[in-house]
Design a protein around this ligand. Sequence first.
Ligand code: URP
Ligand code: ZN
Ligand code: ZN
Ligand code: ZN
Length: 471
Amino acid sequence: SELDLVVRNAQVATASDTFHCDLGIQGGRIVQLGLGLPAGRREIDAAGRVVTPGGVDAHCHLDQPMEAPARMADDFDSGTRSAACGGTTTVIPFAAQHKGQSLRAAVEDYHRRAEGRAHVDYAFHLIVSDPTPQVLTEELPALIREGYTSFKIYMTYDDLKLDDGQILDVLDVARQHGAMAMVHAENADCIEWLTRRLEASGKTAPRFHAHSRPMLVEREATHRALALAELVDVPILIVHVSGREAVEQIRTARSHGLKVFAETCPQYLFLTAEDLGLDDSYKGARCICSPPPRDKRNQQVIWDGLADSLFTIFSSDHAPFKYDAPEGKKPGGEEVAFRHIPNGIPGLETRLPLLYSEGVLGGRITLNRFVELTATNPAKAYGLHPRKGTIAVGSDADLVIWDERAVTLRNEQLHHNVDYTPYEGIQLQAWPALTLAGGEVVWDGQNFHPRQGRGRFLPCATPSLLPSSRR
Ligand code: URP
Ligand code: ZN
Ligand code: ZN
Ligand code: ZN
């Protein structure tokens, strides 16, 4: 039977290979790879163009309920729209349990938020904030079996954080049931103590957010998380690693034989603490996220970790809040002390173009390493590979065709529901010319092609990055 679509003369890059071929697509999957494929019902010419797997953004927050008045700017409609236009075809946001809620109820709530709204496929990580005996012995094991095979643990934020004993309990469930535990590593008590001290001397402008969370608080919590994982004997994944001191902890743990994975994000390559303000201007609220961006030297440490094998995954940590809005960075319409400013920045749409431009075309990482960090490894880490994260016969037809041209990044060109991008005015050297999700064109280089409900829920298998004895 005739192919639905043939993408011709692609320069295909996977995590391990680069090769020249046509891609035959049928029923939303890649069914043939090879030169001189027969004509398809539809043809796309990719001559002279690099084609990579659609991005897998394994760390993004969409429509996650917040304490009033804060409200996330992107839901599953605008968030997945923005993802698609930036070349990302799979998102893994978080189903967050709030204290007192069952984990099951949190998952059901998230399904209601996503169902029929997403333009690209999605899975969920869990956030475990209330590890009751019921959660530890029944809910979490059952949910892992049902395809929620990863969860995030917070060491900071009053409404989410776990103490060390709780972390040990939750890590033990990950060990017993083969789940991936992600850890947000910052020392909550240090942050609170520093915040009070800053407030007592009137230092409440946005830039002091960075002063309240110096790298020491990340280093200490990273060290502690690694020690707790060693005690339980389970691999963990440290998310949003910001700079040298956390990197050193991870390298040391690995050299002692611990299985530890690490994630970083664009903000630690392209922003510094100066973006939170050189003076007491409120504008810096736009770049408030945690851990905060560091300095130029730490940016280089993160680049080095992307180039060598330190980092496993490159995610956006998209946590979208409008700047000039009472539900965003100006709670109730006011310029408030940094403690009260919602944490997080948008980045779903800009993640791939930023790394492709500055990483691949800037000569810092290979094209294959780009694919590994942005698609293949996240798919493997969360049990979606080989359906997602690669270009192979049988994989979903999720692709990006790259257009290597100069682009000045402007928020007005983006498709999220946020009134700014932290990367306004940055010069890029590439943008997706086309994004294919399940064999359908979702972005053609000019226009977004909406189809809510195209994106479907993906139950996750056991992470294939975990040691085989755990699978
Ligand atoms: O500031 C951030 N990163 N907000 C999002 C939540 C998180 O901790 O990842
Ligand atoms: Zn089990
Ligand atoms: Zn976090
Ligand atoms: Zn996050």
